[in-house]
Write a new protein. Sequence first.
Length: 275
Amino acid sequence: MDQRIGVGTSVLLWLDNRRKWLVEVAEDKEFHTHKGIVQLGELVGKQFGDKVVTSRGNTMYLLRPSLCDRLAFFERPTQILYPKDIGLLLLRLGLESGMNVVEAGTGSGVVTAAIANTVKPQGHVYSYDINLEFIRKAEQNLAKTGLLQYVTLRCSDAREGFTEFDVDAVFLDLGDPWSVVPQAHSCLKGGSNLASFSPTLNQVEKTVAALRREGFVDIETCELFLRNMRIEEGRSRPESRMISHTGYLTFARKVRREVAKTGNAAAHCNKESRV
Ligand SMILES: C[S@@+](CC[C@H](N)C(=O)[O-])C[C@H]1O[C@@H](n2cnc3c(N)ncnc32)[C@H](O)[C@@H]1O
């Protein structure tokens, strides 16, 4: 694979752990930072892992942007999920290349992008949002990552139902996920995974009640904490600041309605955690 950087290549300019920028290389463009100007044309022909020196003599390294880097630079008209939550979400939804997924709501498209990146190239994400402005912003964000082709954005109220049937997974991130649980049940394949993200436990209680009513099983709720470490020889310790709360993830699996009526589906809720 040719490692050379060319016009149009996305590059992560890394100064230090707190200061990094995502740029698109162009022949006659300057990139201004408080540490000096980078002539982006100078990057053409270099390799990832090389360096560039700014007009003020500061060194920046040319790194290959990961999806995680790109998500950090998404425009965010809405609250988004953080990488710590997205990581577990992708695994617990059981996502693989080739799967079809329904999501509500799209928001800034951060989770949409992460799911699309996992199910591409044969799989697809059908993402619903009630707000056209958010859909347009998500569309721009997804286009920048090259993932838009794996996504269909639908401006529609998820409470009115989904057009898709027999999908492999459903993800809900909206204010009242409990209102959409029956619709999610209808569009999911039997035995498949649903996940929901909510910032408050009041929302989680209502969502879990709806999941039990609908006959989902294997229902679990968790919250994740991520604590960064400051590593300095002889005095390494946790960073003083952390994001203490983002939200709760709830996971569940679909049992067919006729089966749920006769079984003890609800009894399987949160008996033990596998996380
Ligand atoms: C917190 S944002 C989702 C953020 C997204 N997960 C991300 O990481 O970028 C919640 C979204 O749900 C949408 N929404 C709320 N109620 C909805 C409904 N009934 N149907 C579809 N979308 C809805 C809102 O417009 C908003 O964009």
